[in-house]
Write a protein that binds this ligand. Structure first.
Ligand SMILES: CC(C)(COP(=O)(O)OP(=O)(O)OC[C@H]1O[C@@H](n2cnc3c(N)ncnc32)[C@H](O)[C@@H]1OP(=O)(O)O)[C@@H](O)C(=O)NCCC(=O)NCCS
Length: 179
């Protein structure tokens, strides 16, 4: 993704190497780590390699969710595991700071990325999984047109307890209906 995709509250833009510090901040935040099921810890060097991979990889389309005026990084949304034969992929999203949650950024970013997936990448299906203790994310996905497909039991072991995840997907027909 070379260009900027404009929205109202946010824009989607390509990754920049200086985003690594704020990505690392998000990946170290206890609430965000739990909501995304992040177990590993990362160094700045590893995070910079992650940023470099986003630009090179051809099986994914990653976007930084950015503030429209300053283009400061607020989060990321990544279409990954793109399978051109079956026209399917997965998607994941996170904002990098708890103060950004609940302001409509996630809904808009997800909608723009899903539009990109169907319109530009010509996908047929986009799937994701979300932990059952994350009603805000589930609400965002359902607003956009994702449907629940089933539950995977005990996929996450976090702070001594098991949690399940919900599989969701949106097909191109679901997306057309919501437009
Ligand atoms: C998930 C995430 C991307 C959503 O983005 P966001 O900007 O916070 O969400 P929005 O403000 O666009 O929308 C939140 C919606 O959930 C609703 N909501 C908030 N808390 C809720 C709750 N406890 N139960 C049900 N709905 C809830 C809001 O009312 C809003 O819906 P509405 O527009 O119909 O009123 C963001 O919260 C995030 O990054 N969370 C941390 C990481 C994460 O959970 N990633 C997803 C992993 S699968």
């Amino acid at each position: 993704m070379k260009t900027l995709i404009p929205g109202d509250k946010i824009v989607l833009r390509p990754y920049r190497m200086e985003d690594a510090a704020v990505i690392l901040q998000g990946a170290s935040h206890p609430t965000l780590r739990r909501l995304t099921g992040t177990q590993a810890t990362f160094t700045l060097e590893q995070t910079e390699k992650y940023v470099a991979r986003q630009a090179d990889a051809d099986d994914r389309a990653g976007f930084i969710i950015a503030e429209p005026e300053t283009l400061a990084a607020l989060g990321e949304v990544v279409i990954l595991d793109i399978d051109p034969d079956n026209r399917c992929a997965h998607i994941r999203i996170t904002l990098f700071d708890e103060i950004h949650l609940g302001k409509g950024y996630g809904t808009e970013a997800m909608r723009l990325a899903v539009d990109y997936g169907f319109r530009v990448l010509k996908l047929h299906r986009i799937g994701l999984d979300v932990f059952d203790f994350n009603p805000r994310a589930i609400r965002v996905y359902e607003k956009i047109g994702f449907k629940q497909e089933g539950i995977q039991r005990d996929t996450l072991f976090y702070d001594g307890e098991y949690y399940s995840s919900i599989l969701m997907s949106i097909l191109e027909d679901d997306w057309r209906e919501k437009r």
